[in-house]
Write a protein that binds this ligand. Sequence first.
Ligand code: OOG
Ligand code: NI
Length: 573
Amino acid sequence: MPEFVSKVDMQHRLFAELSAMFGRETPLYDRSLRVNRRCNRHVCDLLGRLHAGFSMSDRELERTSGERHGAIRIGRPDEYHWVGRYFAQFAMQPHNFYDTTNLGAKSQPIIATAFRSARDPAHRVFVSLLMTDSFDDATRRRIEALLATRQVFGPRAKELIEKAERQGGLEAADAAALIREGTERIFKWTPRARDHALYQQLCAAGFKIAADIACFRSHHLNHLTPNTLCMDLYTGAMKFCLGEINERAALERVETALLRLRVQADRDWMRLHFKAMDRAAIDGFGAGTVSDDQIEAIAASLLDELKAHEVLPKELRHSGFKDTTEGPSQDTPVFLRQDAYRALTEAVEFEEADGSTVNATHTARFGEIEQRFYACTPEGRTLYDQCLEQAEAAIAKDPGLAKRDHAAYEAAYASHFAPIPKTLRELLEHGLVYGRYWATPKGVAARGSITTTDLHELVRRGFADVEGLRYEDFLPVSAAGIFASNLNQYGTVATAAKRPVYTQKLLEDILGRPIVDTNAQYKGAWAESVLATYRELGLLGRVAPDERDAMERSAAEFEGPPGTKGIGALAAR
Ligand code: OOG
Ligand code: NI
C-alpha cells in the first residue's frame, strides 16, 4: 500500500508556500507580517502579566500565526469546477453560498463559495466566479472570448488531481508537485495581461472586476490574509509604518488598544484566540494585573521596534492603509473584523493580438488582515445586520471623520453596536452566538441532585462550562465592500437585458459537489455538545421530548455531507 500524505498536512504546506510566494511577489505583505508579529509579541507580553503562567515563545507564536485566507477570482465555470477538485485534495470543501449581485451599492457580478475544512478549519479561500451573463451581450461575448483562450489548470495539475481522486490520496512526491502547481501556476501573479483596449473599456464602464479576471493569465491571489491578536494595535502600527500618522498619534492608538485589551482578554478571549492551547492550561492561569505604567512601557517598546525596523522608506510607494475597519466595533466580539493596506498599483505588460505590447498598471492586490470572534445564531446575525446598517448610514454622512478624528469615529461607530452585548456569557444568554458546552467534574459529582436544565444556570453554578464557537466563514457585505474598496469601484451594475437570478444549486452543479450550510454546522456543534452535557449530568430525561428531538436532528445534520466531519468533533478533544 502506498503511503499517502495527510490532506490536512498538505493544506498547511500549501498555505505556508502560498505565503512565501506572496511575500516574494509583494514585499509589503512580508513587512505587514513582520509588523503583525511584533504586535502579537507585545500582546503576549501583556497577556503574560494578565494571566499568570501564560507564556508563548517566538516559535510557538509563529506556529499559531500560520492561519491564512486567500481570495481568488475565476472566470469560467469549468475552471471553477477544477478549483473545487483541487481544494478537495487539501481537505477543503465548499462552505456557504455568497451572492454579491444584489447588495445595492456594493453589488458585484460575482457568486462565490469558500473552501475550508469542516472540522477545525485552519485555512480558507474565498473563490469567486464572474457571472458573464450579467453583462450586455456585446460585453459578455468579448469577455468570454478572451477567457476561452486561457488555461489555468494545465495537464499536469489535472493529471495529479485525477490520480489523487482515483487513489484516495497522493504520495509525497505527487503531493509536493500538486502544491507546486498552485504556487507556480494557478495562484501565481504574472504581470502579463492581454487586450489593453478591452481592459480600459471594462474599467471605464465600471466593470473593473471583470477586467481583473478576464485580462489576466492566472487566478493570482488577490490577497492572502493573516490573523492578528489585536486589530487596533496592528492598524495603529501599520498606519505609523506607512507614514500616515506621526509617533504621538501612533502611541495614543497603540496605548488605547492595549488598555482595551486589558479588559477584554479574559479567559473566554484566551480560548477564542489560542484555539490550539489546552483548555485546562488556560483554566489554570492565575489572575494577574497590568498597571497603566506597564501598558505605557509595552506601547513604547512596540513603537521603538517599529521605528528601528519597520517604517517604510519614503521612496517605496504604496497606496496607504484604510481608515476604517470592516465588521463590528472593536468592543463587539462577533463574526470578524478586517482591515487592509490599499491595493498596490503594479506594472503590467499587455500583449496585444497583433503581437505588440502596452505598458500599463493594474490596481487590485491588497493587504488584508483579520481577527475572528464568535459565530452568531440567526438572531445574532439579524441584530448585527441592523447595527451595521445604522452604523454605515451614520458614517456615510461624515466620511472624513475617521481620518480627522479617529477616536470620535470609533466612539460613533461603536454606539450603533451598543444593542449587542460585549461578553460571551451575555451573548450566549441572549441567544446571539453559539457555544460548545461540557459537564464539569463538579457537575458530574452532583449528578442526581441537579434539577435545572437551564444551560446558563448550569454554567453559573459551575456544573457545566462553555466556550464560544469561532466564526470560520465570511460576511457577504464585508466581502462585497472588500471587492469595492480594493478595486476602488463601488457597485458594478448588471447590464444584461434580463437580470439573472443565481442560486446555490447553480454553483453546486458547476462544482459537482454540495455546498455545506455552515449555520447548520454551528447549530449542530451546539446541539451535540448540549446533549452530551445533559447526558453526563444525568439530565436528558428532564429535557422536553420535542426539544430533545430538535437537538438530535441538528446534531445528526451536523455530521455534514459524506467525507466531511462537523466542527463539533472538536468537542471530543
Ligand atoms: C474576495 C472578497 C472576499 C473577504 O475577506 O471577505 C474576502 C475578493 O476580493 O476577491 O476575501
Ligand atoms: Ni479577504
